[in-house]
Write a protein that binds this ligand. Structure first.
Ligand code: XMP
Length: 509
């Protein structure tokens, strides 16, 4: 097991960011809710206490047994974490009287302190707190202030316990990463040897031990996560991994053929299953998005299960679950309402009664890509935009017919291939086209037409939780629109979606 930092989550919106920053330092870390702390084994080199929307002044504020941590391991309290340590030591914590939200500059810096090594006087930090630490007991040394906050950072004398009132994990804190490095490397003594190469080597060895000679089945989707999961397991057990790639008839133009081909080039033992008609039949006449998703999920399970049963003696189901899904499912607040029920075909493991193996479940999305690169997976797979499981079905508003799918595939192909041609594809996080059920009037030659409106959607985002519409150049949009209207029969109008998420979502259904 690699050495690690524990991050105890008190419900802050920034907790995952702390973890990402620590991992960017090549130090492994894990997030646990404050009320479900694991055993502190030798691998744990230090603990970070996150922020929280709560206040230590609330009667029922979240807390932990600090005496079991402080003085035993290095501890860094961030915002609420810092207030909690101070409060439990008898500090006065009061509501902030002035606005302490946004940028501030550090002053009164004790740069000889290891936490603040190489931090510059006047360094910009990001504040976001409603409470302030006022008086501190004698064993607290204040090691940084700002213009309006005296206790911006403190250290407990004689032990490696620190508190900071600002957020080093957000990019607005200019030298936040240096501070986190100081904590995890100089104070906790982590080696910074957690790399994707090391992850691949250790995971392949673990998988070999866990799976032995057992057979494993995995559903490939063409996406990054399932592809990387497959390659990791393939490295561990070779032909005992059986991959299934289902054509649900809702993929992009020629997607099934090209992706299947690249999987075969990668040496994967993969079977392509054409189940288009089953999906179209199940979707016939359905207009409600949730019903469409359920129908697709149900047919997928049927098809996948039938195929899996053809593999004699299969024991395991592999899934490309990644860390944000895991954090979400055990979060302080419980599974978030923002995750759609239909994501990741949740019913599969229970239905199939197989043991589940999830080799990516400790990784963030960008780390999955790095691991993919280490495994030499082709950039055409690693650089792909995310694509929803129900595919074009949730981009065809109203009911699905094979004809509508064909129209949308042509529109989508023109949009995406132009993005690639003009070098814009990688600047966009996700792009696609939507076939609306709206018909609008147009003229073609001397005739009036009455045909469909399609919408183009392209967004920038980090993780899909929030997104903004991409500012694609007008000339680019003009060319794409012309090409669509000229080439795709049944479409006479193109619009561009300029909504951000929230309040809109990325998909239209
Ligand atoms: P929304 O529309 O919720 O989408 O802003 C966020 C991300 O999730 C994808 N998405 C789905 N993925 N099954 C999936 O596997 C679904 O039903 C589904 N709905 C949305 C969406 O494409 C975007 O990347």
């Amino acid at each position: 097991m690699p050495e690690k930092i524990l991050i105890l989550d008190f419900g802050s919106q920034y907790t995952q960011l702390i973890a990402r920053r620590v991992r960017e330092l090549n130090v492994y870390c894990e997030i646990f809710p404050y009320n479900n702390i694991p055993e502190l084994t030798d691998e744990v080199k230090g603990v970070i206490l996150s922020g929280s929307p709560c206040s230590v002044r609330d009667e029922e504020h979240p807390t932990i047994a600090l005496d079991q941590l402080l003085g035993k391991l290095p501890v860094l309290g961030v915002c609420y974490g810092a207030q909690l340590i101070a409060f439990e030591h008898g500090s006065e914590v009061t509501p902030s009287t002035i606005r302490e939200y946004g940028r501030a500059r550090l002053s009164e810096l004790h740069t000889q302190d290891r936490l603040l090594k190489e931090i510059t006087l006047g360094s910009v930090v990001w504040m976001s707190h409603g409470d302030t630490i006022k008086e501190t007991p004698d064993n607290f040394e204040v090691i940084a202030s700002t213009e309006s906050v005296r206790v911006a950072a403190y250290k407990l004398k004689g032990q490696e316990t620190y508190g900071i009132q600002f957020h080093p994990e957000v990019t607005h804190s200019d030298e936040g990463k240096i501070l986190l490095r100081n904590f995890v490397v100089h104070i906790c003594g982590c080696q910074q040897d957690w790399t994707s190469e090391q992850f691949v080597e250790a995971t392949v060895a673990d998988l070999q031990e866990q799976l032995g000679n057992d057979k494993v089945v995995l559903g490939l989707s063409g996406g990054v996560d399932s592809s990387v999961a497959a390659m990791l397991i393939h490295h561990a057990i070779g032909k005992n991994l059986y991959c299934i790639f289902v054509d649900n008839g809702l993929l992009r133009h020629n997607e099934f053929e090209t992706v299947l081909d690249s999987y075969k080039h990668m040496g994967l033992n993969v079977k392509g299953v054409n189940a288009k008609d089953k999906f179209y039949t199940a979707l016939e006449g359905l207009t409600d998005p949730e019903q469409k998703r359920k129908a697709i999920g149900r047919v997928f399970i049927e098809v996948f299960d039938e195929e899996a049963h053809k593999i004699e003696d299969v024991k395991w189901l592999a899934q490309g679950t990644i860390y944000p899904d895991v954090i979400e499912s055990m979060s302080v607040k419980g599974p978030s309402a923002t995750i759609k029920s239909h994501h990741n075909v949740g019913g599969l493991p229970e239905f199939m009664k197989l043991k589940v193996v999830e080799p990516l479940k400790t990784l963030f999305k960008d780390e999955v890509r790095l691991v993919g690169r280490t495994l030499k997976i082709d950039d055409t797979i690693l650089g792909r935009h995310p694509f929803p499981g129900p595919g074009l079905a949730i981009r065809i508003l109203s009911d699905i017919t094979p004809q509508k799918v064909q129209i949308l595939q042509q529109v989508d192909l023109i949009f995406i291939s132009n993005l690639k041609k003009s070098g814009l594809y990688d600047e966009v996080w996700q792009a696609g086209a939507i076939l609306t059920p709206v018909q609008s009037v147009g003229v073609m030659g001397d005739e009036r037409t009455y045909e469909n409106v399609v919408a183009l959607r392209a967004v920038t985002s980090v993780d899909g939780m929030t997104a903004d519409w991409s500012r694609l150049p007008y000339d680019f949009l003009a060319d794409v629109s012309n090409e669509i209207i000229n080439k795709v029969k049944g479409v006479n109008r193109v619009v561009y979606d300029i909504s951000s998420k929230p309040p809109a979502t990325i998909e239209w259904e």
